[in-house]
Design a protein around this ligand. Structure first.
Ligand code: PEP
Ligand code: MN
Length: 471
């Protein structure tokens, strides 16, 4: 946003950054220090008074997540970075306010849980689950405008900025407040469901494989399902499914930290229970990430992210240079804390083999220990024959399989996967064992942004990863 925040919304408190002396960005960090840096994807509002009101309101509202939960996730991601757990992150590309319904939330958490069971069985290690949910509203766009009916209008930039209908494309600051309340309602329902046993192993999961057309694949998946079911039965028999660790599970929330005005308002100075010190936490979600379009070393987003305690992600696309990646890590994690940073690589199936080895080697040499996560979605988007945005399931799987292989060849480890998915039976990505083609895309294409894996395709991706670890 080109307009500075109102004085009331600004933080006057500046803290010394935790930077080493030899890294760039030596100035003191504060929740609003990003405002003096150049920003990509900024939003210009026409009514500054309404912006000030919205930001003031956000500043007064309570945190959405607690410092202790953020600390817990940070510790779990340390386990992932050390190879003792796997990270599953998934959800919509653009979450809409309308997705805040019990049915849609239930189907998404159920799918993530089901996938995590498959991955736990496959890798024989715990799975850390992070949903792209309860705040994944703001979208970076390659083109900030589009031409509709001969008129140039602003692109849809996510429900917390503007609306998809063409008469709602002007940015409305009240949407930032609405975003908070939709996040709160979603999070409240997720917490309630998990606390009342929705996630326990008695939940009936849908394991039918009738849609799998190829017999050999069906057989392979059936043996994974049997393995998972046997393990669940065994735990029931010995009574382990009622233990507290299985009766309830953790599901953390995440989104791209794109709208820094919003993120700043939810940045709070809270006590770290582990050492009693006051620290800055982003309380809008447990985990936020920097997008591939906003990761400039001297830019506003990197400046904001370097000051928060949360574990953070950085999208790493094919244009990232090896040295640039190491400098970025030094800026956001000068103390080289293990697992603080998740590198979310998204090169595309044709570039992964070329780009990933250099990144792995450079990071190794730098002494940083990160979580390596593969996002096989964002480098693999193409236009269908009728001009609809889609992704091919086999390209997604190829990027994943190549990332697994390259990590192994480089004595590294793929620690997690980042997927755009939905629990609904949409037809947005082609391929997979249902055999969806370009022609099927019109059947149930509901995404307003990137195409998501449907429930069956997402579970199939989990089967394939599990199979890889088992073999
Ligand atoms: C996204 O995750 O939806 C996204 C826009 O990703 P990237 O920044 O990697 O393009
Ligand atoms: Mn996306």
């Amino acid at each position: 946003m080109s307009t500075p925040l109102s004085d009331a919304a600004k933080s006057t408190e500046a803290v010394n950054s935790n930077q080493n002396d030899d890294t760039p960005n030596q100035t003191a960090w504060s929740p609003d220090s990003w405002q003096s840096k150049p920003m990509k994807q900024n939003v210009t509002y026409s009514n500054q008074t309404s912006v000030s009101h919205a930001l003031q309101k956000l500043k007064s509202l309570p945190p959405l997540v607690a410092a202790a939960e953020i600390t817990k996730l940070r510790s779990l991601l340390r386990d992932v970075a050390r190879g003792n757990a796997f990270l599953l992150q998934g959800g919509d590309c653009a979450e809409l306010f309308d997705y805040c319904t019990s049915t849609q939330i239930d189907s998404k958490i159920k799918l993530l849980l089901q996938m995590s069971l498959v991955l736990i069985w496959g890798g024989n290690i715990p799975v850390v689950r992070i949903a792209r949910m309860a705040g994944q509203f703001a979208k970076p766009r390659s083109s900030l405008t589009e031409v509709v009916h001969g008129r140039e209008i602003m692109s849809f930039r996510g429900d917390n900025i503007n609306g998809y209908p063409i008469d709602q494309r002007d940015p409305d600051p009240d949407r930032l407040v609405q975003a908070y309340f939709h996040s709160a309602a979603t999070l409240n329902y997720v917490r309630a469901q998990l606390a009342s046993g929705f996630a326990d192993l008695h939940s009936p999961f849908e394991w039918t494989l009738n849609h799998v057309q190829d017999d050999e694949t069906k057989h392979q998946y059936q043996s994974i399902v049997s393995g998972v079911q046997d393990a669940i039965r065994f735990m029931r028999t010995i009574g382990a499914d009622n233990s507290s660790s299985l009766g309830s599970v953790d599901l953390f929330t995440s989104h791209e930290g794109l709208m820094l005005e919003y993120e700043q308002c939810l940045t709070r100075l809270l006590k770290d229970q582990t050492d009693g010190k006051m620290k800055w936490y982003n309380t809008s979600a447990h985990f936020i990430w920097i997008g591939d379009r906003t990761r400039q070393l001297d830019g506003a987003h990197v400046e904001y992210f370097r000051g928060i305690e949360n574990p953070i992600g950085i999208k790493v696309g094919p244009s990232m240079e090896n040295e640039e990646l190491c400098r970025l890590l030094d800026i956001v994690n000068p103390n080289k804390e293990v697992g603080k940073i998740t590198l979310i690589t998204r090169y595309g199936h044709e570039k992964v083999e070329d780009k990933l080895p250099g990144h792995i080697q450079a990071v190794k040499k730098s002494g940083h220990v990160v979580v390596w996560q593969c996002d096989p979605m964002h480098g693999n988007t193409r236009s269908s024959t009728s001009g609809v945005k889609t992704r091919q399931f086999d390209h997604i799987i190829t990027e994943l399989a190549t990332a697994l292989k390259v990590h192994k060849e480089n004595s590294s480890r793929l620690g997690g996967v980042h997927l755009e998915l939905t629990g609904e039976a949409v037809t947005e990505c082609v391929g997979g064992s249902q055999g969806l083609t370009d022609k099927d895309l019109s059947l149930n294409y509901t995404s307003y942004c990137d195409p998501r894996l449907n429930n069956k395709q997402a579970l199939e991706a989990a089967f394939l990863i599990a199979g890889y670890y088992r073999d």
